[in-house]
Design a protein around this ligand. Structure first.
Ligand code: GCO
Length: 452
């Protein structure tokens, strides 16, 4: 077995992390444009004002994708670039940019996959309560309608939300991301509920205003789990741990089922409804029907996972990592098993065709004395992870894999200190350079993973 013959090999980015041009041609402000201005929020005082200057260099970036053989490109639309206030008047220059990007991709035989929201919340909507304001459901729906009306004649793949766990959890629980608020738990559940309703409303509007049959998905992330051994009890322990609620309420957003059961099964998990009862908003049957608007595919961003075994007490327990456990430059653990067990567990529960919408790692990439960027850690990481994914591909309906990221970019609160790209970016000159891993990935794509 192996990857299906029409398996999609792609790469992913997001608007604020690569575009730059934050004040150009009518773009409105979003919460990250504001958040980066405050000292102390971003490593080194970095910001996305120029980023990778993709707004002006997108044609060059598309040609690099073509050279690598990338089949699909997952990018996000900056909501405030096309709707500066978040609603109301359209910024036609913003539309022209995404129009040109889509046309360039199609001209080069690369399939566009649009993410509607990758954390770029318009500041005018934030000022009106943002995710706390139930009106955001309609505002997000109207935004989705605009995108469907303008681009669905050429784009048929859409993901609604990227990682609500992050934009709610890091934005409003820990405050490590924009807008940097430590909100009351009660508020974060209200925001989460509104975000899920907004997802459902966007699905409705994409269906209603789509110019053709669209494939609509959703791209959450999670704290993945994998079993210490392949003994049945350890596998069951890992499955239970993956879909259980987080034991620390102040980190509640890092679970899968609270964010995906409503979308794919039509209900919040019972365990959460009990545990979080003191913090829950009013939840109606109508809300749950909207959230569960049928989607076609499920995305998941998987970077690593926790190792779980069944404890003597019959409860799942996490296995402590040994000293010197492999980790990436950003100190994330290297756990290839997560890319077999994650897809397997998720497909078992949701029975929905799956994309890995993000996976990759950060390295201390530099231009070597020979003028090349050698990143053996990344090719080793990818060889291990994709081998595990290939095993999953033989067992579930696995549609595609988007490497995070196409190119080095603005890594949120870490600024430009972390490099995740297949393509090296010199931020002073904006020169791009394919790393060794880009050539390796090219062979994976050409052989459809036969070389793994
Ligand atoms: C995320 C975001 C990406 C990150 C990437 C590396 O998953 O956090 O979708 O924007 O840059 O994951 O952290």
């Amino acid at each position: 077995m192996g990857f299906s013959e029409n398996f999609v090999w792609g790469a992913a980015t997001s608007a604020y992390q690569i575009e730059g041009a934050v004040k150009e041609e009518g773009k409105g402000e979003h919460i990250w444009d504001v958040y980066v201005k405050e000292p102390g929020h971003i490593y080194g005082g970095h910001n996305g004002n120029s980023a990778c200057d993709h707004y002006h260099r997108f044609r060059e970036d598309v040609s690099i994708m073509k050279e690598i053989g990338i089949m699909a490109y997952r990018f996000s639309i900056d909501w405030s670039r096309v709707l500066p206030e978040g609603f109301g008047s359209v910024n036609e220059s913003g539309i022209v940019f995404y129009d040109s990007l889509i046309n360039e991709l199609l001209k080069n035989g690369i399939e566009p996959y649009i993410t509607l929201h990758h954390w770029e919340l318009p500041y005018e909507i934030y000022k009106r309560g943002g995710w706390m304001n139930p009106q955001i459901v309609e505002w997000f729906g109207e935004y989705a309608r605009l995108i469907a009306e303008r681009f669905s004649d050429r784009v048929t793949h859409f993901f609604t939300l990227n990682e609500p766990q992050c934009f709610v959890g890091l934005g409003y629980l820990t405050g490590d991301h924009a807008p940097g608020i430590k909100a009351p738990l009660r508020d974060t559940f209200e925001m989460a509920h509104n975000a899920l309703k907004a997802h459902g409303r966007a699905v409705q509007m994409l269906r209603q205003y789509g110019k053709q049959r669209l494939t609509v998905g959703y791209a959450p992330t999670c704290g993945m789990c994998y079993p210490e051994t392949e003994k049945a009890e350890d596998i069951e322990a890992a499955r239970q741990a993956l879909f259980a609620m987080n034991q620390d309420d102040r980190n509640w957003t890092w679970n899968v089922s609270w964010w995906s059961d409503p979308v794919l099964l039509g209900n919040y998990p019972e365990e959460g409804l009990k545990r979080y009862e003191p913090y829950l908003p009013r939840i109606t049957d109508e809300d749950m029907k909207l959230i569960a608007e049928p989607i076609d595919v499920y995305g998941q961003n998987i970077y690593n996972g926790r190792c779980i075994r069944m404890g003597r007490d019959g409860m799942p327990e996490e296995v402590k990592r040994c000293e010197g456990f492999p980790k990436t430059a950003v100190s994330w653990p290297v756990t290839p098993e997560a890319l077999y067990w994650g897809p397997k567990f998720l497909y078992e529960r949701y029975r929905k065709p799956l994309y890995i919408t993000e996976n990759g790692m950060s390295c201390h990439d530099v231009v070597s004395i020979d003028g090349k960027v050698h990143d053996p850690n990344r090719t080793d990481f990818l060889a291990r992870y994709l081998k595990e994914l290939k095993r999953a591909a033989g067992e579930i309906d696995l549609r595609g894999y988007f490497h995070w990221s196409l190119m080095d970019n603005f890594e949120w609160e870490k600024g430009y200190s972390e490099r995740f790209g297949l393509v090296y970016v010199d931020y002073q000159t904006q020169k791009r350079m394919k790393k060794d891993s880009a050539y390796w990935y090219q062979d994976v794509i050409r052989s459809n993973g036969a070389n793994l």
